[in-house]
Design a protein around this ligand. Structure first.
Ligand code: GLA
Length: 399
């Protein structure tokens, strides 16, 4: 059949429009500040150290991020969570705890930058932080300018002591204050998913918590996965669902469970913010080796950091505790997670059709065993331990 040139063009154009409207996600609803084009990676003090933060801890952690290989694996942001601030001065600027940070935040940011890393800080959009330190309510512009002056690259903004305030309004004030600060600052919204942030936060911040706080136990990880996985369709480059920071290495879960925790975060295109004591990662213990194997697994990190920025989702759950997750990747391959939530080992099978392949043959790489099979036909099937995963990357082979 002959189709005249112009008509052919318009058919192609129509097809492109249709494809776009299916694939995504109206630009106007997204912040698009050019930052966090892949999910942010870094470290945050809270999960391991709580209020016990100091200049010394941050410097030693930055050193260890380099020595352990964390920086070179992609972990960038070194973020001080709650408890670095003690008061607000009469003129407005926040006052840093000078006993714990004797050289001030600018010098610390310089140190972190000197290591090839980026510097993050925490505040609260309400009147006080969760630990009762001064919040930023009413001082958003002052604080944004202060952070920019220190060289802050990332701000996590909490929601404690915000009674009577509207989350979308307050976080939007902060977005505009950060935009006016003169510095490019990644904006991490932390209101624990309590005001449907997936509906408004993509236009306000780069990432938004979808859940309450993580705890270092399996049941907590499952709760967060069940919440954050629901909003897979909202995520895209620059705008990420945040099921909270990692607990890998903090001791409350088995090696199998930590691998699953990390794999699930990668499948969900979640921020990978380590929450362990990075200084202990080079110890010659089995525990330290396990942590390195997990946090430095570049195959799994590549799934999280894939440039398409599509959050993976569940495509098979029958019975519900035996799941298959799929995340499409930029090179046409798919990350596939066989995930056993049950309390007994089980075999999980995924057909190529179910994971969205149109070919009969595929090349398959096991992202934890680091093995590869050149040609696999029709399906994959593997024994999966209780609370464990088998994580694969599957490349279609043209028929
Ligand atoms: C809240 C946040 C945590 C942490 C603490 C600090 O609970 O959700 O991630 O920042 O506050 O007080």
């Amino acid at each position: 059949m002959h189709i005249p040139g112009r008509r052919l063009l318009s058919i192609v154009a129509l097809g492109a429009v249709a494809a776009l409207s299916v694939a995504a996600r109206p630009a106007a609803r997204y912040l698009d500040n050019g930052l966090a084009r892949t999910p942010p990676m870094g470290w945050n003090s809270w999960n391991k150290f709580g209020c016990n933060v100091s200049e010394q801890l941050v410097r030693e952690t930055a050193d260890a991020m380099v020595a352990s290989g964390m920086r070179d694996a992609g972990y960038q942001y070194v973020t001080i969570d709650d408890c670095w601030q003690v008061a607000r001065s009469a003129q407005g600027p926040i006052v840093v705890d000078s006993a714990r940070f004797p050289h001030g935040m600018k010098a610390l940011a310089d140190y972190v930058h000197g290591k090839g890393l980026k510097f993050g800080i925490y505040t609260d959009a309400g009147r006080k932080t969760c630990e009762g330190r001064p919040g930023s309510y009413g001082f958003e512009a002052v604080d944004a300018k202060t952070y920019a002056g220190w060289g802050v690259d990332y701000v996590k903004i909490d929601w404690c002591n915000s009674e009577g305030l509207d989350a979308k309004t307050q976080y939007t004030i902060f977005r505009d204050a950060l935009a006016a600060s003169g510095r490019q600052i990644v904006f991490s919204i932390c209101e624990w998913g309590s005001n449907q942030p997936w509906e408004w936060a993509p236009a306000v911040g780069n990432l938004w918590r979808t859940t309450g706080d993580i705890a270092d136990r399996w049941s907590s990880v499952m709760t967060l996965v069940d919440l954050s996985s629901q909003y897979w369709h909202v995520a895209r480059p620059g705008a990420w669902n945040d099921p909270d920071m990692l607990e890998v290495g903090n001791g409350g879960m088995t090696r199998t469970e930590y691998r699953s925790h990390f794999s699930l975060w990668a499948m969900m295109a979640a921020p990978l913010i380590a929450g362990n004591d990075v200084r202990a990662m080079n110890d010659s213990t089995r525990a330290a080796a396990d942590i390195r194997d997990i946090l430095l697994n570049r195959d799994v990190i590549a799934v999280d950091q894939d440039s398409l920025g599509i959050q993976g989702k569940i495509v098979q759950a029958s019975p519900s505790e035996l799941q298959v997750w799929v995340k499409p990747l930029a090179d046409g391959s798919r990350a596939v997670l066989l995930f056993n939530r049950a309390s007994v080992p089980s075999t999980i099978t995924a057909n190529w059709g179910t994971i969205g392949l149109k070919t009969k043959k595929a090349r398959v790489r096991d992202l934890w065993a680091h093995t590869e099979q050149a040609v696999v036909e029709n399906f994959t099937s593997a024994p999966v331990p209780s609370h464990g995963v088998v994580m694969l990357r599957v490349w279609p082979i043209a028929n």
